[in-house]
Design a protein around this ligand. Structure first.
Ligand SMILES: C[S@@+](CC[C@H](N)C(=O)[O-])C[C@H]1O[C@@H](n2cnc3c(N)ncnc32)[C@H](O)[C@@H]1O
Length: 220
């Protein structure tokens, strides 16, 4: 099967697989397959491991990433998705905030070979902890799986430039374990709208991520 460009800048496909161009040829990050085509190496982007890939697989169309996008990533974990953003934005930057020191160690190791990835050990609900590390960004990507997901996102909007995009990965069960996930997504969407954000998309990530949705907004 041949590697083809997709409608999303920087994302390629090979049959059913999404791919990003590997910024660190020869190195896989989470056991993903490496694919060579001509002189270029790509990494398979697993929609079961990354909610951003799941968003694309579910037909997401809002794509605010280019090679020089500056991103604030809240809840970066070990860097699975952040590594693909690092592939996508080689001339940009990803400030990756992570709360857990144990997970943060993996992020640090990843950043040694990816110079556009800037890990910060910190609490996304306390932007004062990392304000000095963040300039205005084009995109905020959040995936914290916390009860206060909407409030955490709102607290970080100060870093987003006017016209910039926010992608909030909502875990319904973290907000309310007994509520219908659709009701949770609707409430978060309404809350973001009432904060003056333009709502561009709300998309369930089932079956890649059960009871999760992606909400995409733009700052006016
Ligand atoms: C679902 S995992 C992230 C997976 C990652 N986004 C990916 O796609 O590769 C959620 C992460 O958010 C982190 N987290 C939870 N609360 C946080 C907070 N208040 N500030 C920063 N990180 C937080 C957790 O430690 C965990 O690593």
């Amino acid at each position: 099967m041949s590697v083809q460009p997709t409608e999303w800048e920087g994302v390629y496909s090979e049959g059913p697989w999404l791919l990003t161009r590997n910024l660190v040829p020869g190195a896989a990050v989470y056991g993903e397959g490496l694919v060579r085509s001509g002189n270029v190496e790509y990494r398979r982007w697993d929609a079961n491991r990354s909610k951003l890939a799941a968003y694309l697989k579910r037909g997401g169309r809002v794509w605010p990433f280019s090679d020089s996008t500056h991103i604030l990533y809240l809840g970066a974990g070990s860097g699975t998705t952040a590594s693909h953003l690092s592939d996508l934005c080689p001339a940009g930057s990803i400030v990756a905030v992570e709360l857990s020191p144990r997970v943060f160690r993996n992020l640090l190791a990843l950043a040694e070979r990816r110079k556009n990835l800037l890990p910060v050990l910190g609490d996304a609900s306390r932007p004062d902890m990392y304000r000095s590390h963040v300039n205005a960004v084009d995109v905020i990507y959040q995936d914290v799986a916390q009860r206060e997901q909407e409030e955490i996102f709102a607290k970080n909007l100060e870093f987003l430039r006017i016209g910039g995009f926010g992608l909030l990965m909502v875990k319904a069960r973290s907000v309310d374990v007994s509520a219908d996930p659709k009701a949770v997504y609707t409430a978060v969407r309404r809350g973001l709208g009432s904060r003056g954000l333009e709502i561009l998309d709300l998309r369930s990530l089932d079956p890649f991520e059960a009871d999760h949705a992606a909400i995409v907004v733009r700052k006016r």
